[in-house]
Design a protein around this ligand. Structure first.
Ligand code: NAD
Ligand code: UD1
Length: 352
């Protein structure tokens, strides 16, 4: 069994990925500061594993700590050696992800996202662990590209959050290019993950101000928010509303398993950047109508001005994910809406 460090593993994408990895031949050290997640995730994962297979239950360990604390990360690697299961790879989710907050607090974003990654890399080098899957984002692509966005589209982030992601990719590229090491790196560039595990036991728990569309839909459907404000109906799209590439969180989790398995098997230095999206664009109104129809509910909405920094259309070319990782999305928009709403109904107050 191989041991893997998962940073930010209590978060939305991390928790679903942990669940999938635990059903494979991996032991997980899961590091999280819980700045944007709940320690209760450990109980939920345990409950789910209990239902799937009792034998999977003792295959993970949660560690509370900050990615910027180098000696703490060192301690995790040391502990993994003492426990006779040295960490052989890392999936690096930990970071801050609000575009709006990154505009108002850029230094915090550079400190946590870039500074935190540097600390992690230094310790990985110390322990000769040079395998990493990194959470990048479609937000690094230039606004001027036309969808479908392929991995060689122009990179030109337009907000500090995107800058930190692009710069971490640059750092990983420099490591890969350095002569005397053999780094194996996959940057996964996610599009718009939504939905939840079909059990309704784990899902997205947005904290603070909600910015993204799907959590907003859930809140309106719950009656906590009166109506959805749709940012513009004059975009050059099928119905005038913004088009994005929504992807089921479980499909995204599967992509991480495939990326990690690929790197663990690979013997030579590797650097890959791979889009993870369905390759299909969906407008705000199309998502809203699907949500209403599959969940038999009504979502009141109103058109308002465009949101600053938005673009009309963004969806992926996923040819590389398909050819290199043999990854294909298995769940459709209806699954995303049904599973996401089930999570919301069963957990109106999140993990509390
Ligand atoms: P999330 O906030 O749910 O998960 C991130 C986790 O990292 C949280 O559990 C948080 O507590 C933890 N964390 C934050 N700062 C930390 C620190 N200093 N030390 C230790 N832990 C820390 O977000 P998510 O949606 O699961 O995203 C995971 C990663 O994927 C992030 O890096 C994000 O930027 C990236 N990403 C997300 C999306 C998206 O739409 N959700 C899109 C593209 C990229
Ligand atoms: C946003 C971020 C992006 C980040 C992504 C995933 C901005 C400008 N971009 O992208 O960097 O990678 O989230 O975290 O913040 N919409 C509404 N009403 C709402 C919310 C959204 O109409 O209340 C619309 C938006 O205009 C957009 C679509 O819904 O057309 C999706 O929005 P959102 O979920 O915020 O994702 P992105 O815009 O892709």
């Amino acid at each position: 069994m191989k041991s893997i460090l998962i940073t930010g593993g209590a978060g939305f994408i991390g928790s679903h990925t942990c669940l999938q990895l635990l059903q494979q031949d991996y032991f997980l050290y899961i590091l999280d500061s819980y700045v944007n997640s709940s320690p209760k995730i450990a109980e939920r994962l345990d409950k789910l594993l209990c239902q799937i297979n009792q034998k999977l239950r003792d295959k993970f360990k949660f560690i509370e700590g900050d990615i910027r604390d180098e000696s703490m990360i060192d301690g995790i690697f040391k502990c993994s050696i003492n426990e006779n299961r040295p960490i052989e790879g890392v999936i690096h989710f930990a970071g801050l992800k609000s575009v709006a907050e990154s505009v108002s607090s850029p230094s915090l974003y550079w400190d946590v996202n870039v500074g935190g990654t540097i600390k992690l890399i230094r310790i990985m080098e110390k322990y000769s662990c040079r395998t990493i899957v990194f959470s990048s984002s479609a937000t690094i692509y230039s606004e001027n590209n036309r969808s479908p966005l392929s991995e060689d589209s122009e990179i030109k982030p337009y907000n500090p959050y995107g800058q930190t992601k692009a710069n971490i990719e640059n750092l990983l590229k420099d490591l890969y290019t350095s002569n005397d090491s053999c780094w194996r790196v996959i940057n996964l560039r996610y599009f718009n993950p939504i939905g939840a595990h079909p059990s309704g036991l784990i899902g997205e728990e947005p904290r603070g101000k909600i910015n993204n569309l799907f959590p907003y839909l859930n809140q309106v459907a719950s009656g906590n928010i009166k109506e959805l404000k749709i940012y513009g109906n004059d975009w050059p799209t099928i119905d005038g509303t913004g088009v994005r590439d929504y992807i089921h969180i479980m499909d995204l989790a599967d992509a991480h398993c495939l990326a990690l398995n690929y790197l663990i098997k690979e013997k030579k230095a590797t650097l890959l950047s791979i889009n993870i999206g369905t390759g299909r664009g969906t407008s705000v109104l199309q998502l809203l109508k699907t949500f209403e129809s599959v969940n038999s509910c009504k979502i009141p909405f109103r058109f308002v001005d465009r949101r600053l920094g938005d673009i009309a259309i963004s969806y992926a070319s996923n040819d590389l994910a398909s050819s290199i990782l043999s990854w294909r999305p298995k769940r459709n928009l209806s699954n995303m809406c049904i599973d996401g709403w089930r999570w919301q109904k069963l957990n109106p107050y999140g993990y509390e």
